[in-house]
Write a protein that binds this ligand. Structure first.
Ligand SMILES: [Ca+2]
Ligand SMILES: [Ca+2]
Ligand SMILES: [Ca+2]
Ligand SMILES: [Ca+2]
Length: 266
């Protein structure tokens, strides 16, 4: 009899423990659901910017003139998101761009209105304080951190024809040969025509790196911005092509997740 009671008591205690565990698990699930519902995702993730780039059957002639056949196929996209700086007007800065591609390179046409063009002969020290067109390129559209690595590139195309990005050693470096650039300035408007080779995230400094081949249906992460320096010692504005949520909008040089999803179409 005593054995039977002990047995029943054991079963009762085990049943109570099981019920308690289930209740606790349920409470944890509810707490997680509540936390998930309260979490505000970056708008860039909720509403990812999407771009479609046509294939350039004939590569554009990089002469700063927008009369190539691929530019008639591509749509203008705005550069109108003020990531850094005070309000500006359309005399101070206005910008728009188009993108096309072929197997070898990505092509960008940018039309930039800027009231004062300024550069120095110190590309590595002053690349943030001089006028520059910046291309943000994430070859495999992985998103994520690219601050001090080559998960993505942020090419600062300068008016002195040099290209600067931050390297894996966290210092600014020149990246000759990655971008071919030509410009044509009339009045306050400069037309930039650029070809870019896309390097994969296993890019190595001081080594032979092979650019990837582009093809129809491939997605890359892409954004473009203009670093507008006019008369002060530092830049006045950094104006980009993608909406960035939150107070700190100067994150495209760090986080490739804010780039637009660019599809290489027919
Ligand atoms: Ca041209
Ligand atoms: Ca300006
Ligand atoms: Ca990447
Ligand atoms: Ca300027």
């Amino acid at each position: 009899m005593l054995m039977l009671m002990k047995h029943l008591l054991t079963i009762f205690l085990l049943a109570m423990m099981a019920i308690s565990c289930r209740q606790r698990a349920g409470t944890e699930t509810k707490a997680k659901e509540k936390a998930d519902s309260l979490r505000v995702e970056p708008a860039a993730n909720l509403l990812p910017s999407k771009l479609v780039a046509p294939k350039a059957v004939v590569p554009p002639k990089l002469d700063g003139l927008p009369d190539d056949s691929c530019w008639f196929l591509a749509n203008w996209q705005p550069i109108d998101q003020n990531w850094v700086g005070q309000l500006y007007d359309s005399l101070d800065f206005a910008g728009r761009y188009k993108v096309a591609w072929d197997a070898g390179q990505l092509y960008i046409l940018a039309q930039i209105t800027d009231d004062t063009l300024r550069t120095t002969n110190k590309p590595l020290e002053s690349y943030l304080n001089d006028d520059a067109l910046i291309l943000y390129i994430d070859e495999n559209h992985s998103g994520g951190d690219h601050q001090y690595n080559y998960n993505a590139f942020a090419y600062h195309l300068r008016l002195d024809d040099r290209t600067v990005d931050v390297g894996a050693d966290s210092s600014a470096h020149l990246f000759p040969g990655h971008c071919t650039v030509n410009r044509n300035t009339r009045g306050n408007t400069t037309t930039w025509e650029i070809a870019v080779r896309l390097y994969p995230d296993n890019y190595k400094d001081n080594a032979t790196n092979t650019p990837v081949e582009l093809k129809e249906g491939k997605h890359i992460g892409f954004a473009i911005a203009y670093n507008d320096a006019d008369r002060g010692p530092a830049r006045d504005n950094l104006v980009g092509s993608v909406y960035i949520d939150g107070d700190n909008k100067n994150i495209a040089w760090i986080d490739a997740s804010v780039f637009a999803d660019l599809l290489e179409a027919k």
